[in-house]
Design a protein around this ligand. Sequence first.
Ligand code: GLU
Length: 277
Amino acid sequence: MKVSKVGAAAAAVVALALTATACGGDSDKGDGGSGDKVVVGIKFDQPGIGLKTADGKFTGFDVDVAKYVAKKLGYDEKNIEFKQAPSAQRETMIQNGDVKFVVASYSINDKRKAKVDFAGPYFLAHQDLLVRADDNSITKAEDLNKKKLCSVTGSTSAQNVKEKLAPEADLKQVGGYSECITGLENKSVDALTTDNSILAGYAAQPDHAGKFKLLGLTLSDENYGIGLKKGDKELQTKINQALKDMVADGSWQKFVTANFGPANYKNEPAPQVTEGS
Ligand code: GLU
């Protein structure tokens, strides 16, 4: 493994232990793939966005985007290996070459751009709140102060809560949003905050019917980009072109309808690609 820093090696070990797919990836070259194989980071627990189903299949908008982009880069779909990329590990996985690129509800921001580059954006979401259907005590962000709030470590959602939205909230940060959903159900937390695109997917799951409500607040702009190794201009340019083609040939709308339609999620129009220019 071509890892020079002890810290990076330690982080890689943690990442591998958490994903339990350690032996599938060939990261010897440190570029997220070898030959005609490509390793792509996605979420595994976000219905409608990136989900690994019980029978081992991958579904969601980000999965469709990842497959489209991989194809444009010249990879056969059967040669894509999906690897779980939890919010807090995305930059490290890219920096270590564990993945070639990451398509995982990954907002573009300057803090992240100090470590990785992005192509895109390819989607615009907004931070919102999910509460239990019978809870009328939370209607705006300020109501979260003193409430038990759940979000995910390493996400912009958690960061925004701490820095501006509700600094007094009792914020619990976990590894993935599905853990927050469990907490909301069993009342160990009062609200879950992240992108409305993600929250809509959870609320729409058949076994969650009638349990939760999405408040419909626009607490931030989250422009999703495809994360890639810093300085890889060639890959960035190619992915940007693939994303433009995806919108122009109608695939973007097709993926939106297929993945967000069932959740009745009202998405924003496709954003302009601006990264790298
Ligand atoms: N889009 C936000 C982020 O990149 C929240 C969703 C996520 O954690 O993946 O942090």
